[in-house]
Each structure stands twice: as structure tokens, then as C-alpha cells.
Write a protein that binds this ligand. Structure first.
Ligand code: 0L1
Ligand code: MG
Length: 262
């Protein structure tokens, strides 16, 4: 690690204040170019600690930047991982208050709920499928605290991978008999199709993203607990949303989930 604990606390405070006050900031590597990966995840851990101390509960985990469409859109090359808290939950068909966000974008995701814990290293698609209770359609709302969504990978990890809201809905399905890589996904904004894709857009198979998350946590001495919800990553590019917009994601065999921006 290159940053001391006071600097890590200060950066987490800065990023959380931006989130709570809907303010943008410059990416944290501008002021701390020597920051390393451990520092970036330590800032994210401190953000989580702050939220838990205020009474928030963990609602899930997320994989980000897992599709080639997203990596190309953001000009990066590797997936990143973050957490979801209960403040971020949006009911199926529910409302997102844009006054609480900076510049939200929506992503179509295949979500996993585990029946068994997963602990890396050594997790692979097979371990993930064996540990999965069901999969379900999801929409993630990302809202980078960085000006114009301009960041590098370490800055985005520190900012908890832009996590801000999510909804799940549709039909929960067991994975036996489903080919998650060929599941078709359609995203609509105000009734118009704005993205189409298949599960394979996420690292070839969405369970591969969950395996990467388990292996990442394993290297940090952690696991994905049984019962966890995991967003495996956007299948298409993220689409900008404003008050008045409605987004719907339909996934073959799994039904649909939607939310409205007010
Ligand atoms: O969930 C995601 O793929 C987003 C990761 C963070 C990057 C971004 O804000 O687009
Ligand atoms: Mg996402």
C-alpha cells in the first residue's frame, strides 16, 4: 500500500460526501497518482464501513466492467468489484429519484443468488453454477461520482464501481437446463430498444464474472456468503437516464424488470 490510513479515510469521506450531496469530483488518482490496488479497495472498504456505521445493511455484491461493450465504452481492460447496500434497492417497477443522483445510467444484468458460500481461489463457472440457487433479471443504476464518468480503474474501485441503485424482478430460475451464455437480453428505454445482447457478453459466461469475484475476495481472505445477490455485470452499454424515463430489461426465459426515473 502507498497511502496512509488518514488519506484513505479522507478519500472515502470525499467520495461519500459527493454521493450524498450529488456533487462530482475529479478522479482520486489525479491527486494520488501512486495509489495502488490495495489502496483502491481499502478506500472502498472504508466507504462500506461508513455506511454500515450509519445503519445500512449489505444487500449484495457486484461485478463491473465485465463486458467488452462496457470496457470499450469506458476505455478500460479489467473487471472491478463492489458492494450494494439496502439504500440502493429499488422495487420492481419502482421509482428512482434523480434528485438523489448525479448522472445516472442503467445497465441490463443477469443476477445470481447463491445457496452456498463461494470461496476462492480456484472458483470457476462450474463452482458458481453448483452454488447458485437461482438467477433473475436485474437493472443496475450506476452513478459515478467522477466528473463526466471520467476515471481510471483504481479510481472507479475506490468509488465502489459507481454503484447507486438496482432492481431485480421477473422470473427466478434454477440454472439447471439454462444456457446462461446464450440467453437473449433486450433493454428498452421509453419503449424503444436501446440495447440487445446475450449472457456471453459478460466474459463469455456470466458465471465467469461471479467466479472472478469469489477469487478476488479469496485473495483478500473473504468469501461470497450463502444467500448473496450478485450482479454479474452489464450486458450492453450503460444508457443515460433522466427524470421521466422508464427502463425495462427483458431476458429470455427469465421475464422482465423495470424502473422509472422521476
Ligand atoms: O457496473 C459497472 O459495470 C460499472 C462499473 C464502473 C464503471 C462505470 O461507472 O461505468
Ligand atoms: Mg453494472
Amino acid at each position: 500500500m502507498n497511502l496512509d490510513s488518514q488519506t484513505i479515510q479522507n478519500l472515502a469521506l470525499l467520495l461519500e460526501t459527493c454521493q450524498l450531496e450529488q456533487r462530482e469530483t475529479e478522479k482520486v488518482t489525479n491527486t494520488h497518482p501512486d495509489m495502488d490496488w490495495e489502496d483502491a479497495y481499502a478506500i472502498q472498504d472504508e466507504l462500506l464501513r461508513r455506511k454500515l456505521a450509519r445503519g445500512a445493511r449489505i444487500a449484495g455484491l457486484k461485478c463491473g466492467l465485465t463486458s467488452h461493450a462496457k470496457m470499450k465504452q469506458m476505455g478500460v481492460t479489467d473487471p472491478v468489484f463492489g458492494f450494494l447496500v439496502d439504500d440502493y434497492i429499488v422495487a420492481e417497477g419502482g421509482e428512482v429519484d434523480t434528485r438523489q443522483l448525479i448522472h445516472p445510467k442503467a445497465e441490463a444484468e443477469i443476477c445470481f443468488v447463491l445457496k452456498h458460500a463461494l470461496r476462492g481461489p480456484g472458483c470457476h463457472i462450474g463452482s458458481v453454477l453448483a452454488a447458485t440457487d437461482f438467477v433473475i433479471p436485474g437493472i443496475e443504476v450506476i452513478d459515478s461520482r467522477y466528473r463526466d464518468f471520467k476515471f481510471d480503474l483504481k479510481s472507479v474501485v475506490a468509488d465502489n464501481t459507481s454503484a447507486s441503485r438496482f432492481a431485480i424482478g421477473g422470473r427466478p430460475m434454477r440454472v439447471a437446463g439454462l444456457d446462461l451464455s446464450t440467453l437473449g437480453v433486450v433493454m428498452e428505454k421509453n419503449g424503444e430498444i436501446v440495447g440487445v445482447g446475450a449472457g456471453a457478453a459478460v466474459l463469455g459466461h456470466p458465471a465467469a464474472a461471479v467466479a472472478m469475484l469469489a477469487n478476488h475476495l479469496g485473495r483478500r481472505g473473504q468469501e461470497i456468503p450463502a444467500g448473496s445477490l450478485i450482479l454479474s455485470g452489464g450486458i450492453t452499454e450503460a444508457v443515460t437516464m433522466q427524470a421521466g424515463d422508464r427502463v425495462q430489461v427483458r431476458i429470455h426465459d427469465l421475464g422482465s424488470v423495470s424502473m422509472r426515473f422521476v
